[in-house]
Structures are given as structure tokens and as C-alpha cells.
Ligand binder design. Structure first.
Ligand code: C5P
Length: 221
């Protein structure tokens, strides 16, 4: 399969040196990319600014802002069979970005924000038979929030993680997640390495892809 994966944070600039971002390091998305390559898939990884090296055989596209990521996903999606939106995309950006550095004396005391486009929402019309997997990093009402996002964003699976735990979510090498599928009981997974979770998600994509194949496709090379 050809699998498109997004990873890392986005940066939303106020001026050339200052930006809004988040704690994402890209570890989870890069682990999924490695797992996909290890199982013989072709992988394109769209990454925000992170300090990780590109895994072997992965084709990488670097972006900075949420709007750059949207453009890259829209360009790449037609060539891919599955999308894993692991990136922590900034929901908002400063309304005004200046091309010169703001002086301390002219820095506005309040920064007005506007909403970024929701990438999964924008590409929903292109889903077709493609498999879409999303992530939901939550601190409260984890399952309710994740199930809402699963439906609103038209996903086949959402990976919900409680980012209040020290051994799960941002920056660490382990994760503790619940997989939420449409019309099924949530599947609570134990603490595991991000590498092991990456393998599990690729296995899900493979089995979903097999189930999506029509009988006439079965057996074709
Ligand atoms: O930010 P939120 O919790 O709604 O993100 C959940 C999912 O939606 C993640 O898979 C994330 O990559 C994706 N997302 C997106 N576009 C955004 C924000 C998040 O596709 N602007």
C-alpha cells in the first residue's frame, strides 16, 4: 500500500522569530512510518519541525504551518491508499503575521487568533475507499471527545490518548491509548512502545484495506 503519514507540530508565526506551537516531537508519527516501511509499504511522511532523522526508505516532506500541511496533504492524498493524521496541527494562528520582527515597544498586549482549516474536514470529500486514521490527544472526557472527532472527521479509527499521564502522549517513547472504531466497543490497549503501537496501526490499515477490497479485486496481482 501507499501510506501517507503526518507527524510533529505546526508553527504559526506572529513575526519572523516568534510562533505558536505545541509539545509534539513527531515520535509517534515517525514510529508509524518505520513500522509501515518494515511491512513493505511505500511511505510519504509530511512532518512539521522536529529533530528526528528520516527513517530509511521514507519519502519526507517538511512543512511549517497548518496551511502548508493542508496543501501538502491535498497534493499527496490522490497517490495514497491510507492517511494517518498523527500531526498535532495548531487549531489557531495569529490573525496578523508581520514580516519584520516586532519591537518590544510595539508588541500588542493581546494577540488576535483565527481558526486554521481542519485538514481532515477539508479532505473528507476525497476519502472514497481510502483508510483514514486520526489521533485525539485529550485531557478531559477522553472517550466522548474522541468519539465526536471520529464522527465529525469521518475516520475509520481514532487513537485516543490521555496526555495527562507521564508515560503517554507528547515527548516520551511510550504510549497508552484506546482505539475507537465506528459502531464498536473501545479497545483499551496497555502501555506500549510507540514502535509497537505503530505496528498495530499498520496491521489495522492492512486488515481494513483487505476488507474494503471487492470480491472482483480478490486475487488480483
Ligand atoms: O485538534 P484535534 O483534537 O481536533 O485533532 C484531532 C485529529 O484531527 C488529529 O488526527 C489531527 O491530526 C487532525 N487535525 C486536522 N486539522 C486540524 C487539527 C487537527 O486534521 N486543523
Amino acid at each position: 500500500m501507499k501510506i501517507l503519514i503526518t507527524a510533529g507540530p505546526t508553527r504559526e508565526y506572529l513575526d519572523p522569530v516568534r510562533f505558536m506551537s505545541n509539545r509534539s516531537t513527531g515520535k509517534m508519527g515517525f514510529a508509524i512510518a518505520e513500522a509501515a516501511v518494515a511491512r513493505g509499504h511505500e511511505v510519504t511522511l509530511i512532518s512539521g519541525p522536529v529533530i528526528l532523522g528520516t527513517p530509511p526508505e521514507v519519502s519526507r516532506i517538511d512543512i511549517e504551518t497548518a496551511r502548508d500541511m493542508l496543501a501538502a496533504v491535498q497534493k499527496e492524498l490522490p497517490e495514497h491508499d491510507a492517511l494517518v493524521m498523527c500531526a498535532a496541527v495548531s487549531d489557531f494562528r495569529p490573525k496578523i503575521t508581520t514580516c519584520h520582527k516586532l519591537k518590544k515597544s510595539t508588541m500588542p498586549p493581546v494577540i488576535e487568533l483565527i481558526a486554521n482549516p481542519d485538514i481532515l474536514h477539508c479532505i473528507q470529500p476525497e476519502k472514497g475507499n481510502r483508510i483514514f486514521v486520526g489521533f485525539a490527544a485529550e485531557t478531559d472526557n477522553i472517550f466522548i471527545e474522541a468519539e465526536r472527532k471520529l464522527k465529525e472527521k469521518g475516520l475509520d479509527l481514532i487513537v485516543a490518548n490521555d496526555i495527562t499521564q507521564v508515560d503517554a502522549g507528547f515527548e516520551v517513547d511510550t504510549n497508552r491509548v484506546t482505539l475507537i472504531h465506528p459502531e464498536q466497543e473501545p479497545e483499551k490497549l496497555p502501555l506500549m512502545s510507540k514502535a509497537a503501537l505503530g505496528e498495530k496501526l499498520i496491521e489495522f490499515i492492512e486488515s481494513k484495506n483487505k476488507a474494503n477490497c471487492t470480491p472482483s479485486d480478490a486475487g488480483s496481482v
